[in-house]
Design a protein around this ligand. Sequence first.
Ligand code: BES
Ligand code: MN
Ligand code: ZN
Length: 509
Amino acid sequence: MTALTLSTAAAAGLRADAIVIGVAKGAKGPVPAPGAEAVDKAYDGRLAGVLETLGASGAEGEVTKLPAPAGLKAPLVVAVGLGAEPEKDSSFAPETLRKAAGVAARALTGAKKAAFVLPLGDAGDVGAVAEGVLLGAYSFDTYKENNASGAKARNGKGPLAEAALLGGKPRDAAYKAALARATAVAEELNRARDLINMPPNDLNPEVFASIVQAAGKEHGLKVQVLDVKALEKGGYGGILGVGAGSASGPRLVKLSYTSSKAQKHLALVGKGITYDSGGISLKPAGHNETMKCDMSGAAAVFAAVVSAARLGLEVNVTGWLALAENMPSGSATRPGDVLRMYSGKTVEVLNTDAEGRLVLADALWAASAEKPDAIVDVATLTGAMMLALGSRTFGIMSNDDAFRTAVHEAAEEVGEPAWPMPLPEHLRKGMDSPTADIANMGERMGGGLVAGLFLREFVGEGITWAHLDIAGPAFNDGGPFGYTPKGGTGSAVRTLVRLAELVGAGDLG
Ligand code: BES
Ligand code: MN
Ligand code: ZN
């Protein structure tokens, strides 16, 4: 990953491959943002005009590359668009800086060192730029011949190796803390992306569990893995039922971070389907090519718990990863089968492609037994949520209106688009089963909400719970944007970390 430093060096004298400046969209054309003064001076004060000549407008996402004038040591200036100029007496929003830093970092793929002189107001802005750089520079090339460690390494264009952030205060505790927080969270988030991008022939439930075990050792976390035998003994009918068709058996992984100063306990539950073929209710071609992403919820929970540990948050955080591969075979669960779940409830499986709710149900019930102050589950649960909210926004459902609002505010604060969704009571009866206590499918309309209502049945009495359906934003099928790469995005990681901080501070749950 890109190495980050806070530097007091002057932009003009810095030896680097490039200097990154911000450019805003002014009423009459591009306006160099605060921080770019030294660069402007090197252009004899003509930077705005040069940018305009090159067709720059300052729009968000825009990258303009300029040859540097003689006064600068670096040979290249990269001007990144920041969008509209802020109102008088206010500054650029952290998310604007995060996105711009990400765009610039990606534009510098292959470069060794870049200096960033973006408009930094406070320590929070430094954290945002740091996150943007580290997340935007990400690339997944493990399986490419010409990756950094591969046979053709010299031909490979690795991510930006080093970034110096200018204009911050390297000796100020708040700035140092912001940089450290951004680094820890971005590293874990990028690791979650790696897991999501890993092909499903290499990442099965067993391998995922062993990766969690190794990380647990590294960071002093307690990891308990329930294998098939233990799941059978415990009566985890949901997880076993979904994993029944696969040659790679399912696992339930419990990952615990405890702080001696904790007053509160947050439980996080992640859907970890390492590949979702649909099972006997097989998905048609065109709907299964990216279904390796169906463990994005578990990857997000994993990253959030490790982040909490690295940040030393004063809260207990338990992650529950419900891992299974959903495959058709002679041993697979059939539509019509009834599963006896860990909670004791029975479920008639009408569609084996509605498997996420089955594994989550067991994990939610297991999490509930510890009576945490709140449970948040994260899952690529329904195509219906994508239809409702598009591919960049996740849906939030909850059994507690105030908690749902708090989760939404946390998401907004960290720059993750999210939206509250209801759990309409009338949709529950669509899941009535003539045979079992409940069916795993209901009305087609409002399918994302139906799934939320199903999960609610497996949350322990009186426990505050929220459900994040990240089916849309978990995996980016399109081109990269802002600090979001193609492929696995790490959706929900930053929201979960923020929630853990808030719960720890006693502001929530
Ligand atoms: N993993 C899918 C949901 C999904 C779809 C995630 C597209 C990401 C992108 C989930 O297991 C699923 O198949 N859901 C079904 C439920 C239905 C059968 C009730 C769906 O949404 O179609
Ligand atoms: Mn499915
Ligand atoms: Zn699925």
